[in-house]
Design a protein around this ligand. Structure first.
Ligand code: HEM
Length: 331
């Protein structure tokens, strides 16, 4: 009888070992001893930057999402291209990212390097910045565990297949998010980030100009909204910076208005509007539109999950001295 017990014990032991090795070592108090002023320094700089440039919150949240979805939250998105290497930041879909996010990270990193050199990773700075800025514009608080390491590569050729676009069909959106462990409900909650920020006209031009043989604009739009967008974007090919708020009613406030807008034909992008027409996502849009607390809870949980997606720990990465450059020159 002793033999089967031994086998059982061995299996249990292997399971525990496996569990331990896959468990994250991230922790909330990671910098308590090595950089105790970390949170204070961050908050001061974040508040200053957001107050002087209110577009910072949305820009940073988008950068964080684009960083995490492409091979994990490792700040590979912060690397600047040089004469020899193009980085993720310069992949097509990232060219429209507002510069305020990068400026913010540079300011925070500079201050932290002066206080505790070589200690705080750019990936942690980006994760905490996204969370604190969401809170500053009215959104929910969630826990961000710390201890991420920064990537040693930034590869623009893998960006496209890992990020959703305005014209990505719902089947593909669902399978992209699902391939990274996010359910339809979590996807709908995360896209609620479009309650702040803006989109360039080219991202929705197909919906407002020459939409079909029978309609100039997408009939899914509220017609008054569509006419307003047509006016706003009339010269967008000559002035490519022209943009519209993602949430037409409360563009700078993190709330559940985005979902209420979708129900009224005020969703800006095709991918936004699809959330309320597809049966797999509509129930969540309706729930979040009716109940802001339900949205905040699910957004917070999904962001916590996103923040630890494929993070690098220990020797898998570095603490970069500058967030826009690798520690070792790559030629
Ligand atoms: C269905 C998935 C998604 C699609 C197709 C999508 C697409 C887009 C597009 C096309 C823009 C406009 C970019 C521009 O013109 O500059 C945009 C903006 C934005 N996206 Fe998304 N996105 C998605 C999900 C998300 C998620 C999950 C987040 C964050 C958690 C996010 C955060 C943002 C923010 C904050 C902006 C505004 C950026 C700014 O004002 O600087 N998006 N998105």
């Amino acid at each position: 009888m002793a033999f089967p017990n031994l086998v059982l014990l061995f299996k249990l032991f292997s399971f525990l070992l496996l569990f331990r090795s896959t468990q994250s070592k991230l922790s909330a108090d990671y910098y308590n001893k090595t950089c105790p002023k970390f949170q204070n320094i961050m908050q001061t700089i974040l508040a200053e930057k957001q107050l002087s440039a209110p577009t910072t919150a949305a820009a940073t949240l988008r950068v964080f999402f684009h960083d995490c979805f492409v091979n994990g939250c490792d700040s590979s998105m912060l690397i600047a291209s040089n004469g020899f290497n193009k980085s993720e930041r310069d992949a097509n879909v990232n060219l429209s990212v507002a510069g305020d996010a990068f400026d913010l990270i540079t300011r925070v990193k500079t201050a932290l390097e002066l206080e505790c050199p070589g200690v705080v990773s750019c990936s942690d700075i980006l994760a905490v910045s996204a969370r604190d800025l969401v809170v500053m514009v009215g959104g929910p608080f969630y826990e961000v565990l710390l201890g991420r390491k920064d990537s040693r590569e930034s590869n623009p050729s893998i960006v496209d297949k890992n990020l959703p676009k305005a014209l990505t069909p719902m089947n593909e959106l669902l399978s992209l998010f699902s391939s990274k462990g996010f359910s339809a409900e979590e996807m709908v909650a995360l896209v609620g980030a479009h309650t702040i920020g803006f989109s360039h006209c080219k991202e929705f031009a197909n919906r407002i100009f020459n939409f079909s043989k029978t309609s100039e604009f997408d009939p899914a739009y509220n017609p008054v909204f569509a006419q307003g967008l047509r006016k706003l974007c009339a010269n967008y090919t000559k002035s490519p910076a022209m943009s519209a708020f993602n949430d037409v009613y409360t563009p700078g406030k993190f709330d559940n208005m985005y979902y209420k807008n979708l129900q009224k034909g005020l969703g800006l992008l095709s991918s936004d509007q699809a959330m309320v027409t597809d049966n797999r996502t509509k129930p969540f849009v309706d729930r979040f539109a009716a109940n802001e607390t339900a949205f905040f809870d699910m957004f917070a949980r999904s962001m916590e999950k996103l923040s630890v997606y494929k993070v690098k720990e220990n020797n898998d990465g570095d603490v970069r001295r500058r967030c826009d450059q690798f520690n070792t020159l790559q030629v």
